[in-house]
Design a protein around this ligand. Structure first.
Ligand code: ATP
Length: 469
């Protein structure tokens, strides 16, 4: 496929496993499709990604507040949201563009009659027989998966034995935003926010994704960072454009390469949506959705008003006017950001004659380790003691690591592979056992990207490193 680098994907997957960023779930049992675990460095990177988003969305806005709603919600939420609707519909997914379409609709389009009373097996057989006629309504390709009676929501057997809804299945949430909608009134009544305002949330979501591939791009358990911005209906279009601009700039500020980002406008909008654009990133398998930005009209608050019987309209405190706010949503996955950051950072460089170094050129604020401290030699007590002292001081304000394994060259390579921007080495000059006594209490600091080494006073280290992160 044009624009794809499958080789790069393999290299990233392998590095993620080897260096403890991402492990396949339950690997000793043979893995568990489309579920992954973050390892020691992965968990740090994911944390920094969440932190960057929270900083930009909540801390740097006067009128956006945070929320952490539960993964379990009343089953009616998913009826109101429309997720439960097509529960028993047989669906097939286009292998090209991942559009999921009702099989009976596809057959109808192809001029094949499907009786409503057909079982899933019968309809699947019919679908199989006619596959050469089945065209994807979105991309026009003829490449569908088998049909499945399918719902994306993941069911649970959580029971509330005192309520009358025990017969209805409970779900693990399929998106975090529903928790925001159902708390709209709580936030309004308990904080000083006034329309326009936003509620932001980071949390897990679960989907029975049909296609379980492309590494952490499409997981069955993933994490979303969503912000719902409530506005006066007539301002929604303008506010939408403002958020589009802000969110694109966010990725540039995060340090992603501009040439790897682009816009994609949705042509087929869900019936209630007024506008939908994706920010796409050039993943190793091509440009794909990283973030969705949607103008959702008053759909969500209206639906929840209808299903819950609680009025979710807003009264303007100045004019006393009552209306249902419209929602502009920005929604991105932690995991997709992780993969974008990894892809952007992955670099192979030729060093010297025929040596290659793998280096993750992470933006410094996202790097799992910001500084590594080494004693030149492992078995020299004075060097080790001094290096540990420096490390223990730096780790109070920076993500630091102590490494005394192998020689310094090997340690540099190891730190390059996890994207550490700085390595500090304590040598004999540092501890006054070298030839140049003017170098006492100085160390070498090596830059990840230029590989250049500079001599810096220990007392100045924090500033030197901190100043550029
Ligand atoms: P796609 O079309 O790729 O399935 P979507 O349009 O269903 O995505 P949304 O429901 O709009 O996605 O979710 C918002 C964001 O959540 C996406 O832009 C993506 O970053 C993230 N996301 C959605 N589904 C997954 C998943 N299965 N694994 C990882 N991240 C996901």
């Amino acid at each position: 496929m044009a624009g794809t680098t499958p080789d790069l994907m393999e290299k990233i997957v392998s590095l993620c496993k080897r260096r403890g960023f991402i492990f396949p779930s339950s690997e000793i049992y043979g893995g568990f499709a489309a579920v992954y675990d973050f390892g020691p460095y992965g968990v740090e990177l994911a944390k920094n990604i969440r932190e960057a988003w929270w900083q930009a969305m909540v801390r740097e806005h006067d009128n956006i507040v945070g929320l952490d709603s539960a993964i379990f919600m009343h089953p009616k939420v998913w009826e109101a949201s429309g997720h439960v609707g097509g529960f028993s519909d047989p669906l097939a997914e286009c292998r090209e563009c991942h559009t999921r379409v009702r099989v009976d609709h596809l057959l109808e389009e192809a001029g094949v009659f499907a009786d409503e009373k057909m079982s899933e097996e019968e309809i699947n057989a019919l679908f199989g027989e006619n596959k050469d006629k089945i065209v994807c309504p979105k991309c026009g390709k003829k490449s569908f998966t088998d049909a499945k009676g399918f719902n994306l929501l993941v069911k649970s057997n959580l029971g509330n034995f005192t309520s009358d809804w025990t017969k209805e299945p409970t779900y693990l949430r399929g998106e975090t935003c529903q928790g925001i909608y159902v708390n709209f009134k709580n936030v309004l009544d308990s904080s000083r926010v006034k329309v326009p305002f936003g509620i932001a949330q980071i949390g897990k979501a679960f989907r029975n994704e049909i296609t379980a591939r492309q590494f952490i791009f499409r997981k069955r358990e993933f994490e979303q960072m969503e912000m719902q911005y409530f506005v006066r209906p007539e301002t929604a279009a303008t506010v939408y454009e403002e958020w589009r601009a802000k969110r694109f700039q966010y990725y540039l500020d995060l340090g992603l390469k501009p040439e790897n980002l682009r816009w994609h406008e949705h042509e087929n909008l869900v019936f209630y949506a007024k506008a939908a654009w994706d920010i796409e990133y050039r993943f190793p398998f091509g440009f794909k959705e990283l973030e969705g930005i949607h103008n959702r009209s008053d759909y969500d608050l209206t639906q929840h008003t209808k299903f819950s019987g609680t009025d979710l309209s807003y009264r303007d405190p100045q004019t006393n006017e009552k209306y249902v706010p419209w929602i502009v949503e920005t929604s991105v996955g932690v995991d997709r950001t992780f993969l974008a950051v990894m892809t952007d950072a992955y670099t192979e460089e030729t060093v010297g004659e025929n040596d290659t170094r793998i280096v993750l050129k992470f933006p410094k604020k996202l790097a799992p380790v910001q500084v590594a401290v080494f004693p030149l030699m492992k078995n020299k007590e004075e060097l080790v003691g001094k290096a540990r002292g420096i490390y223990e001081e730096l780790r109070k304000s920076l993500r630091a690591e102590f490494d005394d394994n192998g020689n310094v060259g090997k340690r540099y390579r190891r730190q390059d592979e996890i994207g550490t921007p700085y390595c500090v080495t304590v040598d004999f000059d540092t501890i006054g056992l070298g030839e140049d006594t003017s170098l006492v209490d100085t160390v070498t600091i090596r830059d990840r990207d230029t590989m250049q080494q500079t001599r810096v006073k220990i007392a100045d280290l924090k500033n030197y490193i901190g100043g550029s992160i």
